[in-house]
Design a protein around this ligand. Sequence first.
Ligand code: GLY
Length: 252
Amino acid sequence: MHFTSAILRIPPATCASGLTTASLGAPDFKKTREQFNHYVSILSDLNLTVTVLPANPAFPDSHFVEDTAVVMPELAIITHPGAPSRAGEVATIEPVLARFKRIEHIRNGRMDGGDVLMVDRRFFVGLSGRTNREGLREFAAIVEPLGYRVDAVDVGAGLHLKSIVNYAGNNTLLLSAAFVHHPAFAGFEHIVVDSEEEYAGNTLWINDTLITPDGYPRLLARLKKLGLPIMTIPTSEFKKMDGGLTCLSLRF
Ligand code: GLY
């Protein structure tokens, strides 16, 4: 798995109207844009070819572009986001991804890209409030014939699978404690993310560099033991809207 490209979307001025379960107050728009620009510059510094799409004010969550698609070497799957207010976000992503990949669709089921974790030739798919069994079935019908293994994981109370499990390279998963013994994650090294720092478990692995939210010292100390380059980045405004680092880009 080596990434060369990323697609992002500028946060809209309406971003405070998006969906959230957090009680952290409204995001500051100027700061949201600054944190977004910082994120873009990090991906560029890591030599990804970055496509930044214009803001789409009709969709306050549309900068959380990860939820609109799942991209793999062979193709891109346009999802069917599970939140009704976000379903229309896919219309403006499809023509962009079509420049890079053959396109497939989740049509009848529901799926958010934040529920799909790719690790080499495996996919872990979270069943959540956003992704249902029909979405999983349609997804598996597309990727299993390509040789991918698909494991379903019940996310429970979390928003997305990647709120609780992420890949940190070198066969290592960052996991919330409740998922450490899940059979789908056997065979991996585990770094357990403390419940107080659960947000930072949504750390982004890009070609053996880790990008992690700043302000989470215990997880940072554990990540340092992996021996990979680490970049920390402010995420306060995204966190207010239930957004993490993986949410902000499609990487392929
Ligand atoms: N605000 C991100 C989401 O709930 O989808």
